[in-house]
Design a protein around this ligand. Structure first.
Ligand code: EPU
Length: 343
């Protein structure tokens, strides 16, 4: 495909990790900021929504397709700037997140090593504020450069304006901001954060956890055991967010489910484990609708087997949410986003 060209009726399923759903009315690819500007202009001329696509690891494409312009973000530049005790790692939003993690680890700098093994791109990581093993993308974020697809203005978003919270950011709330490049501040020296149970057990087994490369290796191996990969089936990682409850609601629920794992948050709320509820309260491991099912090893993950339709994934997610609500009174939210809407 030549960059900048407008293609029509392109299947998007192969560009997502779930691998389901229909075609995009228009499809473009951006390798440079100018390509992004051209796509913005094209979408404006046709009065169509623009959907930036990274590695497609958190996206559900409807079977009916996308009535808009899908813009594959392929800005692949990556560089490191020295800055005293830290470095700035600046990368285009099309750089695969795993490459960002590997570059940082190879340099021996700390901050994102616990986020190893997460599928997606630099852009997706920012939109989603990815998190794992006690670390969050937001922890190292310095700034993002973006183009506003409504006003065409270039805008640098600094940490104070990025509104990061659990699996969300300004970029998720304000979809007109198309991020082109992200800068992360990574530390030359740090005390590794290995407090999470899985990492503690790795340490107890004698796995070294001192250097960023050690931690990256350990986290990749833990995740490889937990998440389905390369088995000819589609998945988008955690399909739902873990519920974050006000204290009163948490205490009420804990009376019924005293063994429920709970993680108190800074804001005074309590995050609970949806995987635990789906497993121990609802016994939903392996629960399926058509060719979509809850993964046996980690029921917060939806797996779409070959030939699955987006409608099956959507129906499964809706049914799981209904069951959780009936059993607990909690409205769960999806982490995975649907491109366009169902028709
Ligand atoms: N659990 C069960 N049964 C299971 C699986 C898990 O009871 O079959 C329990 C575990 O014992 C544990 C709890 O559920 O107490 C949580 O499980 P886990 O540690 O695997 O993590 P999670 O809450 O399901 C979150 C993130 C992941 C992140 C991991 C590791 C969300 C929605 N998910 O998962 O992020 O990798 O913690 O830190 O916050 C993602 O967002 O896509 C994602 C994969």
């Amino acid at each position: 495909m030549s960059v900048g060209q407008v293609l029509e009726n392109i299947p998007i399923a192969p560009l997502t990790t779930l691998g389901v759903g229909g075609t995009a009315r228009f499809f473009m690819e951006a390798q440079t900021d100018r390509d992004v500007e051209s796509a913005v202009a094209f979408a404006q001329q046709h009065a169509l929504p623009l959907f930036p696509l990274g590695e497609g690891s958190n996206i559900l494409v409807p079977d009916a397709g996308i009535k808009g312009v899908v813009l594959k973000m392929s800005l692949q530049d990556i560089r490191i700037e020295e800055d005293g005790d830290s470095v700035l790692l600046i990368a285009g939003t099309g750089v695969p997140w795993e490459r960002v993690v590997s570059e940082a680890a190879a340099r021996g700098v700390f901050g994102i090593e616990n986020l190893a093994g997460i599928p997606g791109s630099m852009g997706g990581a920012a939109v989603q504020n990815i998190g794992a093993y006690g670390a969050e993308f937001a922890d190292t974020f310095e700034y993002a450069d973006s183009i506003d697809s409504i006003t065409n203005a270039q805008r640098r978003v600094n940490r104070a304006d990025a509104s990061f919270a659990y699996r969300t950011s300004i970029f998720k709330k304000n979809r007109s901001l198309i991020i082109t490049r992200v800068a992360l501040r990574l530390a030359k020296q740090a005390i590794p954060n290995t407090a999470y149970a899985d990492l503690e057990s790795a340490r107890a087994e004698g796995v070294p956890l001192t250097l960023p490369t050690d931690i990256v290796r350990a986290v990749r191996s833990i995740r490889a055991r937990k998440f389905p990969r390369d088995v000819g089936e589609g998945t988008a990682g955690s399909f739902f967010k873990n519920p974050v409850l006000p204290q009163e609601k948490f205490y009420e629920l804990a009376k019924h489910f005293p063994d429920m794992p709970a993680f108190p948050q800074k804001e005074g709320t309590v995050k609970i484990s949806l995987a635990w509820l789906l497993d121990h309260v609802l016994s939903l491991k392996g629960f399926s609708i058509g060719r979509a099912r809850l993964y046996e090893k980690q029921p917060i993950v939806i797996v779409a087997s070959a030939g699955a339709r987006a409608a099956e994934v959507d129906a499964l997610a809706t049914e799981v949410a209904r069951k959780v609500f009936l059993a607990t009174g909690i409205h769960i939210e999806r982490e995975v986003e649907t491109f366009g809407s169902y028709e």
